[in-house]
Design a binder for this molecule. Structure first.
Ligand SMILES: [Zn+2]
Length: 108
């Protein structure tokens, strides 16, 4: 995966892959506005360790930044994953996403 983050996609097909129907067969996705800011593109899931809790460092180009606490390196705001059939947009802070609609549906 892409770390301990919140993942979004611009593809409803991809979002549907992550849903699980309830007992009545109802599925749910959330349509949100997402602030990506200054993002970095990742093409492999292995580019972002699954334990990552923040985006990669801009200078070290990894989530495992080697800066000193008194002089921290700046980090990207988000990750855009392009290695799959559908893009994924990854943010690490709740404030970067605004849920706008909840869509309930049943698969036919
Ligand atoms: Zn760094």
């Amino acid at each position: 995966m892409l770390g301990k983050a919140i993942c979004f996609t611009d593809s409803f097909v991809k979002a549907d892959q992550y849903t699980k129907p309830d007992d009545s067969g109802m599925c749910c996705v959330i349509m949100a506005r997402v602030l990506l800011g200054d993002f970095v593109v990742a093409t492999n899931h292995s580019d972002i360790p699954s334990t990552s809790i923040q985006p990669p460092c801009k200078e070290c180009m990894t989530t495992l930044c080697k800066s000193k606490p008194d002089n921290p390196h700046p980090r990207f705001d988000s990750v855009v994953y392009t290695g799959g059939l559908h893009k994924e947009f990854v943010v690490y802070d709740n404030w970067q996403a605004y849920p706008e609609f909840i869509i309930f549906y049943k698969r036919l």
